[in-house]
Design a protein around this ligand. Structure first.
Ligand SMILES: Nc1ncnc2c1ncn2[C@@H]1O[C@H](COP(=O)(O)OP(=O)(O)OP(=O)(O)O)[C@@H](O)[C@H]1O
Length: 255
């Protein structure tokens, strides 16, 4: 199986606190990989080091044969990595389409200066992005009916799908999802799971997510990596993780 992302021996520390200790893990292409672990296990730190928000003390984060630790954070989106955040960060006064379009700013090759002198290329790129949103993203996430509606007042589950669409507008290879199920009632979680699965199955996207919701993770992931106190304590299929003594101990020990 081909790996899109591989971490080897990644360590991150803050003063005396080791947030990640020699973490090695891989993310298979076109699969759903989940990272789980009790509070403070290092999940957010892991996302932040992959995203370039935290520097690593040691190790390598190789994405499509490129060591991300040698690249500035803003290169992530150009290389094909996109990320959603735990809290909804949409602009409530703007329409669904406008909000999704905001995800494209890294893709717009025409910079503001050249746009000010010559509007042609910027307009053409924007038109191509709008067309792509209409043809590809709105149907993929069942958002057609909301296209020209203002985001404010739309149900939470729909807003989370708008965020997903916005993260996909640059056609990333890797989508990182930060607690996609947080704050959702069970039927909404099941719907979110099937949208994530749909995106992975119907496009060549790879998903990497962190969440606390065991049921959703177990139901929808292909591969699970378990962190505890900054170290990988186990990795494998959902069934393997459910019966792994170290994993059970990590969760029961923390209660
Ligand atoms: N910016 C930071 N400054 C100082 N310490 C940090 C920072 N970020 C993370 N840590 C520490 O690193 C450790 C791992 O935290 P992290 O947030 O990565 O865990 P987590 O698994 O995401 O936890 P949770 O499930 O509660 O969100 C914790 O001890 C935390 O206090």
């Amino acid at each position: 199986m081909e790996n899109l992302l591989e971490l080897s021996d990644v360590s991150v520390s803050f003063g005396g606190i080791k947030a990640l200790s020699q973490v090695s893990m891989s993310v298979a292409a076109n699969k759903v990989t989940a990272v789980i672990g009790p509070n403070g296990a290092g999940k957010t730190s892991l996302f932040n080091v992959i995203s370039g928000f935290y520097p690593a003390d040691t190790g390598a984060v190789v994405f499509a044969n490129d060591n991300l630790l040698k690249r500035p954070a803003h290169m992530r989106s150009i290389l094909g990595i996109s990320r959603t955040f735990q809290n909804i960060a949409l602009f409530p006064g703007m329409t669904v389409e406008e909000n999704i379009k905001l995800g494209a700013h890294a893709q717009l090759r025409t910079n503001l200066l050249s746009a000010a002198f010559y509007l042609g290329p910027a307009k053409r790129e924007e038109a191509a992005i709008t067309a792509d949103i209409g043809k590809r993203l709105l149907p993929l996430l069942d958002l057609d009916e909301y296209r020209h509606r203002s985001v404010s007042g739309l149900p939470y589950g729909v807003q989370k799908r708008i965020e997903l669409a916005r993260a996909l507008v640059n056609q990333p290879k890797l989508l990182m999802l930060d607690e996609p199920f947080a704050g959702m009632p069970p039927p909404e979680k099941a719907r979110m799971s099937s949208y994530i699965r749909r995106i992975v199955n119907e496009t060549d996207l790879t998903a990497l997510l962190i969440d606390h919701d065991m049921e959703s993770i177990m139901n929808m992931s292909d591969h699970i990596v378990v962190l505890n106190f900054g170290s990988v304590i186990a990795a494998g299929s959902p069934v393997e993780m459910q019966t792994n003594p170290a994993v059970i101990e990590a969760y029961l020990g923390g209660e």
